[in-house]
Design a protein around this ligand. Sequence first.
Ligand code: SF4
Length: 377
Amino acid sequence: MTRRYPIDVCQTDSQDAVSRQITWHEVPIKLNLQTDKAALKRSLAEQLKAQDAVLVAHYYTDPDIQDLALETGGCVGDSLEMARFGQEHRASTVLVAGVGFMAESAKILSPEKRVLAVHDEATCSLDLGCAPEDFKQFCEAHPDREIVVYANTSAAVKAQADWVVTSSIALDIVRHLHAQGKKILWAPDRHLGSYIQKQTGADMLLWQGSCLVHDEFKADGLTALMSEYPDAQVLVHPESPASVVALADVVGSTTQLLRAAIKHPADTFIVATDQGILHAMRQQAPGKTFLAAPTAGESATCKSCAYCPWMALNSLDALHERLKQPGPGIQVDAALREGARRSLQRMMDFAAAQQNTLRVSADLAEHSKQFQDVGAA
Ligand code: SF4
């Protein structure tokens, strides 16, 4: 069984413009086949050990998968943390519970390891909306610009970039480039690009992709919820539209929002990102109340209702199937891998250099002076 989702697919149609059109994409519906969850988790833990595999999960995946990753010595994090953890861990197999570009990035950074995706069809609307050939034309039309791409892209797009960034480090890297007087070509998320442009004042030309989940948050619904909970802090991921970001107390990556939820003394939070993050928030900030920011709602135009349909494919059952028939794992063409590795490793090196000196990422600092000991992810 599948469900159809609309994707913003972009093409270059003139020197400075990128046009958008909607195409439809079929996504399998997650099936829950086994009912004895505890037994299944025990069996999965044994199989992970037997296959010398570590489970690396994104915050947006199923709570059971997140719990299993932590219980078996893996990690739950944002895409930068996942890449870093997989690269540094001694296991010979990295099992990625997330979407395709995350597994691809893990393989690019750890070519000697076997990298498995929990579900082969888990992808991302940003990746789907940025075809490598169209992006190549856009880059060729602007040879004077530094090419900065978000991690949510294919290896073929990353290989064309000077830098890869995740949402936890994008602001810092663009600030760094802007300070060097560089002009930037940004892809693929238009909302994140425009947020970074406003924060840094950098000259940025934007691809027009969007995240299926974050694009759905609505300022009017959020305003109504805020008036119901006037003391709530509003946490917003910058892949959301500018009108939603404008209402935020804290804007940041998943890790930065999680840290804000833990550190802030407020007891109620409204959260505008995939609802998968609420599991980690409730675990790490017990006793606090977390409310999902409103999307358009089932009866209107809501496409995903704040759940990523591809992240949802990462179930315990899917992991069970993967471990039964692991196969050779993710393969990345050698030439593409080398190009993508260079731009990915540049981000990892920048993050490592920042770690000792950067105690607070600038977007958090700007929104709340209280988070002075919150570090970038
Ligand atoms: S939540 Fe959005 S950005 Fe993340 S994988 Fe899903 S579609 Fe892509």
